[in-house]
Design a protein around this ligand. Sequence first.
Ligand SMILES: Nc1ncnc2c1ncn2[C@@H]1O[C@H](COP(=O)(O)OP(=O)(O)O)[C@@H](O)[C@H]1O
Ligand SMILES: [Mg+2]
Length: 420
Amino acid sequence: MKILILHTVPYRKIEYHRALDHAAHDVTYVGVEARIADLPADLRCEKIVIPGVAEPAVEIGAIASPADGYEMVMALSEFDLHEAGKVREHLGVPGPRYGDLLRFKDKILMKRLVAAAGLRVPRSLDLRTAERTAEKSAAAASVPWEGRTILKPTLGASSVGVHVFGSPREALAFVARPENHEYFADGELEQFIEGPILHVDGVMEGGIPRLIVASRYISTPLEYAWGEPLGSAQFRMSDGYRAFFLGCLRAVGVVDGAFHLEVIEGPEELVFMEVANRAGGGDIIPTTEASTGVHIPTEEIDVLIRAQARRLGRPLPGGPVREVTKTEGPWFGWLVVPGHHFPEASCRVTTPDWLAGSGAVVKLRVAQPPDRLKKSVTHQYWEVPAAAILRGGDDAEVVEVVRRLREEIRVVPRAAEVAR
Ligand SMILES: Nc1ncnc2c1ncn2[C@@H]1O[C@H](COP(=O)(O)OP(=O)(O)O)[C@@H](O)[C@H]1O
Ligand SMILES: [Mg+2]
């Protein structure tokens, strides 16, 4: 097949060669200079560099045309999954269109779909349709909840631009300030749901899960954005939980490819938070592989190739589909320690003495001065002060070791190493 890949996730996370026979397929990677530079030198492929200034679909549209004969457009990143829909339209390639893909990006749209399936979602107010200045108080009166309130971009990621307020009224007063008006173009208010946050990761094929693994965050992604370490531990999901997760995935329409679903374990019931039709970030890919043997991107690419072969009426590559559900130990977890919040350029990390002999460490990476700290929120193990994958005999043991490391790991920011 002649495949155009929107290459946005670093190569080392996807490892395209594991799923894609680059001799059998004609593969073209398109991406910004840094991404194209991370392709292995000996990989048989074509490369197209785009500036990365305008929308990817616009930049790709200026370079590629239907005459190029692409038969498939593949995108595995939160940032270009929906853009790929526009590229397909431009190139006349079959596959999901922008209008089909927006539901995995637009948090209001996905909540509406989940609610329509009879599953619980937080109450929310779409600021894009709210009155800007006119009668904030009137708007406040129409917000159907009280108490803690989340303000977030509707199309956001990595908790960027997310704030918590004591009440909808306070959140609206914040948004009404001229410097915060951007939330009227891309923002929503949401009822804050108390409780641990779950993330559910896997791969779907034809609406049926090939892989499904449930984990519970230790602290929250939002606290990570504020500078707290973020941990996670897998757990054995009950039939009831599994039914809720699959209900959300089906409601939003995750049919083919990887998914990352986030759900709050609310005081009375599970509450949907968000879903993406792509692999989870941070160390979710290697942790899942360590625990199930399934490499999410490899599985996902296999599914996407099969789906495209079906659309093109070609013979289906690959064997029969099997499902992997994580129900047995050992159980795995991970911890990622942020550094984006430090004004300093570098840091020094100390791990507790018990860690090395604990038998819990599957992988540990600690930044060494003069490693530079990235200033924007990142969960990538090579860009943060420390990232660990940990294991335990039962799920309580994983929670314990992730918590303990979270408490005892020390990160001291350093300015001294700035000059190399
Ligand atoms: N309704 C909510 N109740 C409690 N916490 C929330 C709620 N919505 C978002 N959050 C917090 O904000 C974080 C980011 O929100 P999310 O909807 O996952 O957007 P994204 O991850 O795309 O930035 C969540 O991980 C969670 O910590
Ligand atoms: Mg999220």
